[in-house]
Design a binder for this molecule. Sequence first.
Ligand code: CP
Length: 315
Amino acid sequence: MNYINIQEIDSLQEWVKEAIAIKKNPLKNKALGKNKTLGMLFFNPSLRTRLSTQKAALNLGMNVMVMNFTNEGWTLEFEDGAVMNQGASEHIKEAAQVVSQYCDIIAIRAFAGLTDKEKDNAETVISGFLKYATVPIVNMESATGHPLQSLADAITMEEYKTAHRPKVVLSWAPHPKALPQAVANSFVQMMQLQDADFVITHPEGYELNPEITKDSKIEYDQNKAFENADFIYTKNWSNYKEYGKVTNSDPNWTVTAEKMKLTNNAKFMHCLPVRRNVIVADEVINSENSIVIEQANNRTYAAQLVLQKILEDGK
Ligand code: CP
């Protein structure tokens, strides 16, 4: 069993219930991972994913090895048949097989490069490991998805939802740098598994990959989208059509207290890290309605559920 995309799971509702049970008793399965090793490979930086996934593995009694490919590993070649007379020193074919001998599960973070849409959509790094590794693979944010984040988001919304069918808004917000679409993509895919009034709002031209958004509702008027919302999930992503470009940095899209007044006393969510007073005003993220810290806490239980299921599957 691998964990690559949230849409591959059998029942989101069941998984959320199981994760909440793990949260109540996180050391219950401490023996499950005894003598098993999680290898965490990072091709990009991280705070939450690294520490929460490591903590999840420790809660299950696993050993953990972490390697940063950004400055510690050999540069890998992913193309079959490549003549490796340039920068790359090692082919994924050997690297993935070798790491598989040291680890029982391999977790990988490899962001979109945002220069070559086709290459990013092909998920070169994760696909290479899936092809050549001989142990299960976990996606810790790939070019197009962040399914551990969206599972944590689903857990958080379950904990904070009220009795009625919620209105959930995914709102684009400005950012000075070009960011990948991965978090937004996985949030959309997770919401497509939920019973909710789900709306995506962003400036015209900032549409996500239509193969991911499918028939999810898009509202270009952010104020209208916010009306009566129960959850505001904010995230920047760079332009998907003009691939990887920042074509809009309009500060009017920043989530402010004024905008939150349009909502049904909505909870504010963001995957973090967040640029304060660019993505969201201090007064919103500091408010009682901000649940970003608990959202980050739930990253542990999302990761623990995934690792637990993989370990149980391999028994
Ligand atoms: N949300 C998230 O993935 O955080 P990190 O990039 O710090 O891991």
